[in-house]
Design a protein around this ligand. Structure first.
Ligand code: ZN
Length: 499
């Protein structure tokens, strides 16, 4: 069969693209963990070279010819055949890569890196004026990117699709609107009841003991340290170099117990997804998470639904007390549980609780759309930001530092496509967990015994091993029988927090 040879060549070419991008990831991981400052200049040059080589391989016209030759073979196969999935996903990646001219990508990357450097200086000085013009150029670049996909419904759809394939403004808007309404009403109820005291987790908690405890926890959840490791960094992330090497990074606050453990579990949730993909998919575009929202569904499911549940802590709390006897000896389980689940409207997205977090995200998503649609100018962005915070969260930052300058996203990437994935993740995570509970009703009882295999095994089978064979929409439909839906998340939060 001639396609056998062509298929081998396809796998070889895809593996080279994958290896080049993994090599970039290793350099990036090193840059953000152990690299001395003196390495910065040569490191950005090395990363730029690898990025260029990887882009050249991914857009090689011969790869396009090969895919054209293989497509009739793919179409002759049943829809769930492995070769068919591989060829179709490779074709989609190729189409996306060739649509955007290399000249544009280089110009955009250059602008992003200079704007990022300007933002690093501007934020501590509360100096929005210093990034105003670069941000206007960023908005123009974002529109230019969208222009390479002229048949999209909404201007922002190509940016959204790049992160969350298949999702569109038309699909997301009504789901977010329903969630926003429900969350604002829930927040109103919570604000009217007695405030929870999080004093018990504000104390001195030595970093080494925090790390030891969180590593014990994520090992129990199923994170495989033989195929991964955890290291400190400023802005935590998960990174995959291969099926056998999926690393996480985390950070520690010695004065607050509610940070390190949950950040670590969050990143471990991303890593469980990657470690749970099929070994034989490694080096192909099938081996990896299917979208940013689906990835976030896994990190948030483990972080919030599992690790902020009473069952989880009925098992772990005695061990946590043993790790921090002086600090926690006189803190009862329910006091600790309430402290880690305290809800309070705040200014900073990354510090937000389960209830208010999505309000932070959704207002950014709406501001992005207003900017792209031309309804809002960059000059008016700071005041629009404050207005939305006041309307949705009832709080207003005293300055731009904790306002519009707070997140790196718009200063280091396109305006659009970067935020919706966080809230999609929370929505999808709740949908998937409900589906897992329907199939395996004793999941919570097992969590209470410190046994995560029933849940982990379910996720491995229904989500992780599928890799990119299914789009986010298809996966949600396969598993839940319905479309994207905010109700499971709202019901879960209402049940947990309304008094
Ligand atoms: Zn995440």
């Amino acid at each position: 069969m001639p396609s056998e040879v062509a298929l081998d060549e396809l796998r070889l070419r895809l593996r080279e693209v994958s290896d080049l991008s993994a090599a970039s990831s290793v350099l990036h991981w090193d840059q953000t963990t152990f690299m001395p400052v003196g390495g910065a200049l040569s490191r950005s040059r090395q990363l730029a070279l690898l990025g260029r080589l990887s882009h050249e391989r991914a857009t090689d016209p011969e790869l396009g010819v090969l895919l054209d030759r293989l497509m009739p073979y793919a179409e002759s196969l049943p829809s769930d055949h492995n070769d068919r999935a591989l060829i179709e996903v490779a074709q989609r990646d190729f189409d996306l890569a060739i649509r955007v001219p290399a000249e544009f990508s280089e110009r955009a990357a250059e602008h992003m890196s200079t704007t990022y450097a300007a933002w690093v200086k501007a934020r501590p000085c509360n100096d929005f004026a210093a990034v105003l013009e670069p941000l206007e150029t960023m908005l123009a670049l974002s529109r230019e990117y969208c222009g390479f996909f002229p048949n999209s419904g909404h201007l922002a759809d190509p940016l959204i699709d790049a992160a969350d394939h298949g999702m569109t403004v038309t699909r997301i808007r009504p789901v977010f609107a329903e969630l926003r309404k429900g969350l604002i009403s829930l927040l109103g109820q919570i604000s009217n009841s007695e405030q929870v005291d999080d004093g018990p987790i504000r104390n001195h908690f030595p970093a080494a003991q925090q790390a030891k405890f969180s590593n014990t926890v994520i090992r129990a959840l199923g994170y495989d340290f033989e195929r991964g490791r955890s290291d400190p960094t400023a802005h935590p992330f998960m990174t995959r170099f291969a099926h056998g090497d999926v690393r996480i990074t985390t950070r520690t606050n010695k004065l607050f117990l509610g940070e390190h453990l949950f950040v670590t579990i969050h990143e471990a949730g991303h890593a469980l997804y990657e470690q749970g993909t099929r070994a034989d998919d490694d080096g192909t575009p099938l081996g990896g998470g299917t979208s940013s929202g689906m990835h976030e569904s896994q990190s948030r499911l483990w972080e919030n639904i599992v690790a902020r549940s009473p069952e989880f802590w009925s098992y772990w709390y005695p061990q946590l007390q043993a790790a921090f006897p002086e600090q926690l000896r006189n803190v009862k389980l329910d006091e600790f549980y309430n402290a880690i689940n305290r809800v309070e409207p705040s200014l900073i997205r990354t510090d937000a609780d389960e209830v208010t977090y999505n309000l932070h995200v959704m207002l950014r998503f709406e501001l992005e759309l207003d900017l792209l649609e031309g309804k809002l100018s960059i000059a008016d962005l700071p005041s629009a930001w404050h207005e939305r915070y006041l309307a949705d969260l009832g709080v207003m930052a005293p300055d731009d530092r904790d306002g519009v300058l707070q997140d790196v996203h718009w200063y280091a990437g396109f305006i659009g496509g970067a935020f919706q994935g966080y809230t999609l993740g929370n929505i999808i995570g709740a949908q998937l967990f409900d589906a897992a509970l329907r199939d395996t009703p004793d999941i919570y009882a097992q969590i209470g015994l410190g046994d995560y295999e029933p849940l982990h095994g379910w996720l491995r089978k229904h989500i992780y091993r599928i890799g990119r064979r299914r789009t986010p929409d298809q996966l949600i439909a396969d598993v839940t029988g319905g479309p994207l839906n905010a109700k499971p998340l709202l019901n879960r939060l209402q049940a947990k927090f309304s008094t």
